[in-house]
Design a protein around this ligand. Structure first.
Ligand SMILES: Nc1ncnc2c1ncn2[C@@H]1O[C@H](COP(=O)(O)OP(=O)(O)O)[C@@H](O)[C@H]1O
Ligand SMILES: [Mg+2]
Length: 255
């Protein structure tokens, strides 16, 4: 993991200001190829903003994101589109379109980015649906699926274009504990089987220690600590410990 060539995404001194308020302050960390990297932290600490910046959807005010060693901000136009196609998104906002079937939803990014024959696109979408355990549900409409199945379909769409990195923003928010565990298992499975890198934002502590190879904790827009799941669990940092345990008493300032 120390080998520099194993770093797929490098976050370098990222800063972001919204409406004169500093949201991210000099945040740096590296993400290794093939790992599940979790970004955790309280509501409003800048997790989603960090994820959008890493995925190239929002520009930082300072700092750089290096993807396979290349500064993303230096890549423009068609090259940039190509680069972003290497990313899969499983964001809260990226819900399924309710007027399309499950298969059509998964086909959408492939249709958009390739000139492949509809028949081939259909096979590709079905392959992804198989990977998330939704074979047989191709022709279903999203509202005919359970919440967990819709999540699976969303994941199938996120991996539709065979991305190198998949970004997940709170993938288990609003799910019951069992479905939550199923989604966590799926994230792990997809990461290992497809040899992708998964970057997951969550504040669900059970999820964190179920899926994370490494963890970064953001606090008030800064990187508080980063390390392996084991290191984070055993850290002496009182803020991290309070966050993990969900204690009311401690150093965390509650707004
Ligand atoms: N597009 C935006 N414009 C203005 N303020 C924003 C925008 N996006 C996020 N913020 C603010 O930045 C802070 C961090 O937001 P966010 O990254 O969504 O936090 P988290 O995901 O950790 O809850 C919040 O105070 C939020 O209101
Ligand atoms: Mg968020």
């Amino acid at each position: 993991m120390d080998d520099k060539s194993d770093i797929i995404l490098s976050v370098r001194q990222i800063g972001k200001i919204y409406n004169g308020r500093r949201i991210l302050d000099n945040v740096s960390f590296d993400i290794c190829r093939g790992e599940v990297f979790v970004i955790m932290g309280g509501s409003g600490c800048g997790k989603s903003t960090m994820l959008r910046i890493m995925a190239g959807g929002v520009a930082p005010d300072s700092g750089q994101i290096l993807f396979n060693g290349q500064d993303m901000s230096a890549v423009k136009g068609e090259e940039r589109e190509k680069m972003r196609r290497r990313f899969g998104m499983s964001f809260q906002s990226a819900a399924l379109l309710d007027y399309l079937t499950v298969e059509e939803n998964v086909s959408l990014p492939i249709k958009e980015h390739t000139k492949l024959d509809p028949h081939i696109i259909s096979i590709m979408a079905q392959t992804k649906l198989n990977l998330v355990g939704l074979q047989g549900f191709e022709k279903f409409m999203p509202n005919e699926l359970s919440g967990g199945m819709r999540k699976r379909a969303g994941l199938a769409r996120a991996i539709a274009m065979d991305p190198q990195i998949v970004f997940y923003d709170e993938p288990t928010a609003g799910l019951d504990p069992v479905v939550c565990a199923v989604v966590d298992r799926l994230i792990l499975d997809l990461t290992r089987k497809l040899q992708i890198t998964s970057i997951v934002v969550t504040h669900n502590m059970e999820s964190v220690f179920r899926i994370a190879d490494r963890v970064a904790m953001l606090y008030q827009g800064r990187l508080l600590e980063a390390g392996t799941a084991e290191e984070i669990k055993n850290t002496s940092n009182p803020i991290v410990q309070q966050f993990i345990r969900g204690d009311i008493e401690g150093p965390i300032q509650i707004a």
